[in-house]
Design a protein around this ligand. Structure first.
Ligand code: NAD
Ligand code: WQD
Length: 338
């Protein structure tokens, strides 16, 4: 397995995964419609990895394009990152989410079937655990969804299971990411959200660089040690390495494989803010605000299945996550357009 189609490979996690794929001697072929990414990312992958990946600007819902790409590049396996990911936006625009994330995945799987490509690694999410309260979350913890985005991830996981059941030649892997943060340690690649960041880490980073005044902490009365929400933050480099481990594992192993990719530890919002303050060298302004609707108090993974079956575990610390984010954000205050 050498030539890997990477849908959404110009995005935050996909682009850094491409660097790690190249480092491992694989050849990523990126398909991305640049809905949430900049073309400049491809130059950065080349700069960091020392090799330019093939890049096609296009949409996963374009069946003719997929047919062409899978054959032209003799693709061996697909890592499928492409999709929309903003929870609030999914409530306002559910049809776009079902179209991109569910219909888009169907088009991709049909094209793979017809091209004889039977290995898929899919970006799922801890969001499939819904509002589960029993921690840590294991892969057999019951799943549910609390918003349209989460439903798209759950639906795709169910589609993968049905496809595998219908044809044992498939090897499908759903990777349930916890909270990806951090940047490439070179400081040349990182998260570049458009508009006001929805997620904690990019918001803190923009406060640190002076783009935003203060962090608003959503809720200080959760049943957690300091009252703020706890999450399992995982370094994007560890996540990228998890995809390599999943590809290696998939080789010759048919069926549906589901793995949590997390550290197994939760950190609170206040702990994150303090850690980032250490990385950037000053205390960061914050204020308390009401709980954000739909948030759970705490969420962290049991990552032992990935450790035992993939031989993968997260190794980067919270301080590395913050230091690497700060290196990227401070040198690129306006992201890739800096
Ligand atoms: P991202 O938005 O940076 O990357 C997704 C990429 O897909 C973007 O470059 C976008 O332009 C592209 N894309 C979207 N729709 C497309 C389409 N129809 N055709 C072609 N390209 C398309 O997001 P990310 O953070 O890198 O996330 C990657 C994947 O991981 C997503 O599927 C997301 O749902 C999932 N995920 C992300 C997180 C997170 O917190 N970042 C957590 C869990 C799961
Ligand atoms: C983390 C903590 C907030 C912003 C989301 C999606 C999930 C997954 C990852 C894709 C919470 C608090 C945040 C702020 C704050 N994405 N917070 N002030 O909600 O765990 O997960 O991203 O699959 O599906 O729901 O991550 O980074 O938004 O929030 O206090 O300005 O930070 O309340 O406790 P979340 P997050």
């Amino acid at each position: 397995m050498k030539r890997i189609l990477v849908t959404g490979g110009a995005g935050y996690i996909g682009s850094i995964t491409c660097v790690q794929l190249i480092a491992a001697g694989l050849q990523p072929v990126i398909l991305d419609n640049l809905h949430n990414a900049k073309a400049a990312v491809i130059d950065r992958i080349e700069q960091v990895a020392g090799q330019r990946p093939a890049f096609v600007q296009g949409d996963i819902r374009d069946r003719a394009l997929l047919d062409h790409l899978l054959r032209e590049h003799a693709i061996d396996a697909v890592i499928h990152f492409a999709g929309l990911k903003a929870v609030g936006e999914s409530v306002a625009q559910p049809l776009s989410y079902y179209d991109n994330n569910v219909h888009g995945t169907l088009v991709l799987i049909e094209a793979m079937r017809d091209a004889g490509v039977r290995t898929l690694v899919f970006s799922s999410s801890a969001t499939v655990y819904g509002d589960a309260t029993q921690m840590p979350l294991r892969e057999d913890t019951p799943t549910s969804a609390t918003n349209p985005y989460g439903r798209t991830k759950l639906m795709v996981e169910q589609i993968l299971a049905d496809v595998v059941a219908s044809d044992p030649a498939w090897s499908m892997t759903a990777l349930r990411y916890f909270n990806p943060v951090g940047a490439h340690p070179s400081g040349l690649m990182g998260e570049d959200p458009q508009g006001v960041p929805n997620n904690l880490m990019p918001f803190i980073a923009q406060v640190a660089v002076g783009r935003r005044e203060a962090l608003r902490i959503f809720g200080r009365d959760y049943p957690t040690p300091d009252g703020t929400g706890m999450r399992d933050y995982i370094h994007v480099m560890d996540l990228a390495d998890g995809h390599l481990a999943a590809l290696n594992h998939a080789h010759g192993r048919a069926g549906l494989h589901v793995f949590n990719l997390g550290t197994g530890h939760g950190n609170s919002v206040l702990e994150m803010l303090a850690a980032f303050g250490r990385a950037c060298g000053r205390e960061l302004p914050h204020e308390f605000a009401p709980r954000r609707p739909g948030d759970v108090a705490a969420c962290w993974a049991d990552p032992t299945r990935a450790e035992s079956q993939l031989g993968w575990c997260a190794t980067r610390t919270l301080d590395q996550m913050c230091a690497d984010t700060w290196r990227w954000q401070s040198t690129h205050p306006n992201g890739y357009e800096s």
